[in-house]
Ligand binder design. Structure first.
Ligand code: 3HC
Ligand code: NAI
Length: 715
């Protein structure tokens, strides 16, 4: 056999079952050589008269986790023919004269589940998951997932799984007949044992091997299926707004219910290629690899020693401290949570409890899980016990003096090798570190609100932060189920620094005559999770006002500053918390257009001699998104972000940028930097100071290059 696939006979257990093992670490993707290897192994097993059944299993941590995603770029670029893809292998499995049993652990995803469904039976261990996550890559299941899944699980379950891409548990898969059995035990050895026992039963029964593609009894009819497809299309619009693949995946499942297998397969091949050729799938695949690339730090090699983190101490149990405590507790790490007073502590613990209760109500956690997590969080009002912590995290008010005082205390209270982390969103990490006896153990871990929900964690490297502190913090991000992105130390780091110009331009546009609702709508239509003005209302108009007050002394003279938000502040319109800001808020914080606001802003603009005009949706998008890009280019020049992809991942995981547009830097490359640059120049002519093009943007535009090319050339 090949190195990627082996055929063996576990003689001691059952001599008439052959075991085909896929060995393509780390995730047993169906890379070139794997389908060929399985085909050869099946042929050999079929040819061997002593074999009466075949088990297909994955070596290492998982069953087959899907097609090799890297190969898609070759097909898109025309460097590789897609041809029949995996179908020949799947037909071989399904038509195999001897029963084939897929034995699943880890994740049977995409092509992995499609392979398993072409087998005659599927068994799994309890911790296994199955799914058709292709839509998350902007494509649809391309090897019969949309056609076989409805035949096993029914139309509604199949359509939902293919449209959302969300995985399901082994139990759910068993309940929906995707699996035939969950075997006892939860390791690979138990899996093989259970699969061999299952194979022996199949042999003993002498039953004909069932072919999923020939099973039509669950496909329903047009009348019963119509509401199912209507519902799932609505779900796709809601959960994956603006994306084409989920709708095409549903079309393909619908085709499975309406036409013979082969016809539906031909249609699906066409839909698959339409998706693969779309910029959406290019962006989503870039984002998939991007989330993994950001873990790689050029000067911190993977073998850098990691400090042990078995206990955390957190100072401040406010909005962020409480959320951070939940993150650590959810990862099973005991937390010591310090507040200033018993009263503040009680308030903080009550907020944590209420957040957990909401998760139980939503079915995200069980009550038992929550009790266990609450037990891990130990409240305190002193630094006693800090000496046992491996990391101390500061989450007190955003004040340099206070943070310095807390860091002096944390420095004294912890053991010398403990990491000291700050959750500051704007302050200078080096200045904070300067008050400690060892600044090399100081780092920023900047969580986003709500900290128990948002996936992004900016890891802020100070000038003296030790490499193993960086490596440990990045690994910790993964343990906390966050996407850690390493950023440099500057005001606002990457995310908030770029968000400043973006929000500023959205406010300028309103002052120039754009309607509040039009600004948010244009950006929501672009794909942003929420428009910038609605975000202002959510975060608090008072917060924006405070930031502008603090920044006032550093702003150049005579440069245009936003006016409207200060006016809202004066009017006591602090956003959602006061029921009114840019908008008014109804029941359940429903956003309502408020006719009172626009004339107030128009009057303010008139006073400031800002001409009013109609503003197109296109201009709204360009003014705001190119403001992000221009600041992003400066961030790259300064080395605050390591690579363009780091900026993109910050925006995809922390700021609601549409994943199918790849992030601001990827999007700018896609638009063309020459075009972006020329609009930036026009904006500079019209609006002055703020629009000075970043030198890197000018240089790349002049050289006809992209940010991605620039990155490739320097690495
Ligand atoms: N193809 C190529 N590389 C893959 C891959 C795949 N399908 N899945 C994972 N990898 C790579 C990752 O890029 C990473 O590489 P790196 O170490 O160089 O950064 C490495 O494998 C390990 O991946 P993770 O760090 O993500 O490992 P985890 O253990 O955290 O997660 C996983 C494992 C849940 C399998 C996760 O990797 C995952 O979700 N993978 C994608 C699964 C998927 O989308 N499958 C469908 C593919 S499309 C398809 O099958 C089309 C079909 O219909 C024809
Ligand atoms: P908060 O006001 O909700 O909580 C701060 C808490 O710190 C209060 O409960 C206060 O009693 C406590 N505290 C102050 N001094 C203390 C001391 N010496 N010992 C123990 N506790 C003390 O503030 P929030 O929003 O949680 O912010 C905390 C930090 O996180 C700030 O640096 C902020 O900039 C940052 N941040 C805030 C985000 C947000 O959206 N709220 C997002 C990301 C970062």
């Amino acid at each position: 056999m090949s190195e990627l696939v082996s055929l063996s006979r576990p003689a001691d257990v059952s001599s008439d079952v052959a075991v085909v093992t896929v060995r393509n670490p780390p995730v047993n993707a169906l890379s070139p050589g794997v389908p060929e290897g399985i085909t050869a192994a099946i042929d050999q097993a079929v040819a061997d008269d002593s074999v009466r059944a075949i088990v297909l299993i994955g070596a290492g941590r998982t069953f087959i986790a899907g097609a090799d995603i890297r190969e898609f770029a070759k097909v898109r670029a025309g460097k590789k023919e897609r041809g029949e893809g995996l179908h020949p292998l799947l037909f071989k499995l399904e038509d195999c004269p001897k029963p084939v049993i897929a034995a699943i652990h880890g994740t049977a995803f995409g092509g992995g589940l499609e392979t398993a469904m072409a087998c005659h039976y599927r068994v799994a261990i309890r911790s296994a998951q199955v799914g058709q996550p292709e839509v998350k890559l902007g494509i649809i299941p391309g090897a019969g997932g949309t056609l076989r899944l409805p035949r096993l699980a029914g139309v509604a379950k199949a359509a939902e799984m293919c449209a959302t891409g969300d995985p399901i548990s082994a139990q759910d898969a068993l309940d929906h007949y995707i699996l035939d059995r969950i075997v006892e035990g939860d390791d690979q050895e138990s899996l093989l044992k259970g699969a061999l026992a299952f194979a022996a039963e199949v042999i003993a029964s002498g039953a004909a091997a069932p072919k999923v593609r020939e099973k039509d009894d669950l496909l329903g009819d047009a009348a019963t299926n119509a509401p199912i497809f209507e519902n799932v299309r609505a779900l796709a619009h809601k959960k994956r707004r603006g994306q084409i693949a989920p709708l095409k995946a549903i079309d393909s499942v619908e085709a499975a219910t309406k036409m013979p297998f082969e016809e539906a397969r031909a249609l699906t091949a066409k839909l698959f290629m339409e998706c693969l050729q779309s910029p959406q799938s290019e962006a989503l695949i870039y984002a998939f690899f991007g989330e993994r690339e950001v873990r790689k730090i050029p000067d911190v090699p993977p073998d850098t020693p990691i400090r042990r983190v078995a206990k955390v101490a957190i100072v401040g149990a406010g909005t962020m401290g409480g959320g951070i405590a939940m993150n650590y507790a959810n990862a099973g790490i005991p937390v010591l949570l310090k507040e200033m007073s018993e009263e503040a502590l009680e308030k903080g613990m009550a907020r944590i409890r209420a957040n957990y209760d909401r998760s139980v109500q939503r079915g995200r956690f069980t009550s038992q899980f929550v009790s266990e997590r609450m037990y891990l969080i130990q409240p305190t009002t002193s630094y006693e016990g800090f000496q046992d912590a491996d990391i101390a995290v500061e989450a007190v008010f955003e004040s340099m003096e206070l943070k310095k005082a807390v860091f002096r205390d944390m420095d004294a209270a912890t053991k010398p090798e403990a990491i000291l982390a700050t959750n500051t969103s704007t302050l200078d990490v080096d200045e904070i570190a300067s008050v400690t006896s060892d600044p090399s153990r100081v780092i920023g871990t900047h969580f986003f609100s709500p900290a128990n929900v948002m996936r992004l964690l900016e890891v802020v490297r100070g000038k003296e932060t030790a490499k193993d502190v960086v490596a440990t913090s990045m690994q910790l991000a993964t343990r906390l189920r966050k996407v850690g992105v390493l950023v440099g130390n500057c005001h606002g780091f990457v995310g908030n620094r770029m968000f400043g110009p973006y929000v500023r331009e959205s406010q300028f546009l309103v002052e120039e005559g754009a309607k509040i609702t039009d600004v948010d709508k244009a950006l929501e239509d672009f794909g942003m999770a929420m428009g910038p003005l609605a975000v202002g209302d959510l975060a608090g108009i008072d917060i924006g006002w405070r930031i502008r007050q603090e920044a006032k002394h550093s702003q150049p003279e005579g440069v245009r500053q936003p006016l409207a938000e200060d006016k809202l502040y004066e009017m006591g319109r602090y956003g959602q918390k006061t029921g009114a800001g840019w908008y008014r808020y109804g029941e359940n914080r429903r956003r309502i257009d408020d006719p009172e606001v626009q004339p107030v802003i128009a009057a303010l603009a008139k006073e400031a001699e800002i001409a009013q005009r109609a503003v197109s949706a296109e201009e709204i998008v360009e003014r705001t998104i190119y403001a992000l890009v221009n600041e992003g280019a400066r961030i790259l020049e300064e080395g605050i972000a390591l690579r363009p992809v780091d900026i993109d991942i910050v925006y995809l995981t922390g700021y609601g940028f549409p994943s199918y547009k790849g992030g601001p830097m990827w999007y700018a490359d896609w638009v063309g930097l020459d075009k972006v640059h020329s609009r930036v120049r026009e904006f500079e002519q019209q609006h002055g100071h703020w629009w000075k093009p970043a030198p890197l943007l000018s240089e790349l535009a002049a050289g006809g290059k992209t940010f991605a090319q620039w990155q490739r050339e320097r690495s």
